[in-house]
Design a binder for this molecule. Sequence first.
Ligand code: ASP
Length: 406
Amino acid sequence: MSLNNKILLGAILGLLLGYVLRNYAPDSTLTNSIVYGASLVGSLFIGLLKMVLIPLVFSSIVVGVANLRAHQQMHRVWQITLLCFAATTSLAIILGLGAAHLFETGKGLSLHLFEANLQGFEASQLSTAEFLQSLVKNVFVNPFTALSQGNILAVVVFALFIGVALAVNGQAYPKLHALFNEGFALCMQLVNWIMQLAPFGIMALLLKLVVAENSALLSTLAQFMAVVTGTTLFHGLVTLPLLLWLFTRVSPLQFWRGARPALLTAFATSSSAATLPITLNCLQNDLKVSPQVSGFVAPLGAQLNMDGTALYEAAAALFVANLVGLDLSLGQELIICLTVMLASIGAPGIPSAGMVTMVMVLQSVGLPAEAVAILLPIDRLLDTVRTMVNVEGDMVTSLIVDKHSA
Ligand code: ASP
C-alpha cells in the first residue's frame, strides 16, 4: 500500500476508533490508556515536524528565492503569489459573510445560554493599532533570536532578505549558496523519514480529538458550526479547485491525489506550520511543483494566507453581532472585511491562532471581545477543517504560480 493510502486509512481508523471508544467505553481504563498512548504518538509526530520546521522554512525560502532565475521571474513570482493570496482570501471572506447573512446564524439564540462560559472570562484586549505595532515589532528582530524562539514570521522575513541578496549577487557567495541548497535537501530527507510516521500520528491525533470533544455546547451551536464547516468545505471543494482548474487545468482529482497527505495532516494537527514539511513534500514529489516556487510560496502561505481562518472569522463576527442583537451597517461590514484580512495574515499557523486574532475583529466594530469565550469550546473542532483549507489555498497558489511564472 502506498504511503498516501496508509495516511488515509490512518485518518479513517482514528476517527472510527475514537467514535467507538467515546460511545461504548467512555471513561473506562481501556479508553484512558488508549488516549494516553495516542497523545504520546501524536506529540511525537508533531514534535518531529516542529523539530525540522525552522531549518526547513529558512532553507526552503532562501533556496527558493535565490534560485529564481532572473529578476523578471522573481517579480512575476512575487506578483502572482500576492495576487493569489489576496484573491483567495477575499473570496473566502465574502463567502463567510454571505453564508452568515443567508442563514442568520446566532439569531434567536439567547446570550444567557452562555453565561457559564462568559463568567470569569477576560479577553485580552488587542486593538488593530496594537496588533499592527506588535506585528512590526515581531517581524524585524535578531535572526538568531527568531530562529531559537521559533518566531516563524521573522525567520521568513530574514530568509527572504538572504534569498534576494543571493539572487541578485549570487556569484559573490557561491559556497554559501551551495550550503543552503544542501541544507534544504537534507531537511527534506528528514521530512521523508518523518512522513513514514504520518499514518500513526494522524490516527492518534484524530482518535484523541474525537474522544476528548466536549459535546455540551455542540448542540446549541450546531447550526453555526454546520454553516461554518459547510461554507469552508464549499471554498475547499468548489472555489479553490475551480480557480486551480481555470488557471492550470489541473483536475480536482489529480490535485486531491497529490495533496492528500498534507490536507489530512492539516486536519489532524490544526497547524499549517506543523504541516509545512509535508506540504512541501507533496508539492515537490507528487504535484511536481518546482522547488523554487513551492519553497517560496508554501512557507509564506503557511504564515500569511489563511482562507479558512478568514472565512471563519468573518462568519463568527456576524454570528456574535446577531447574538448580541446588533445590526451591522455596510460600513461596519467593510471594516470587518479589512480587519479579517489583517487578522488572517497575522494569525500564526498554529492551533486556535484564529481565536486570538478574532478579538481584534470583534473590537473593530465594537462587539464584545468576551464573546470569544462562547466560541472557544468548539474551536478545536472547527480548526480542523479551516486549517485544511488554509493549507489547500497555499498548495493551489503554488501550482498557479508555478504554471504562470516559468
Ligand atoms: N490553525 C490555523 C492554521 O494553522 C490557524 C487558525 O487558528 O485559524 O492554519
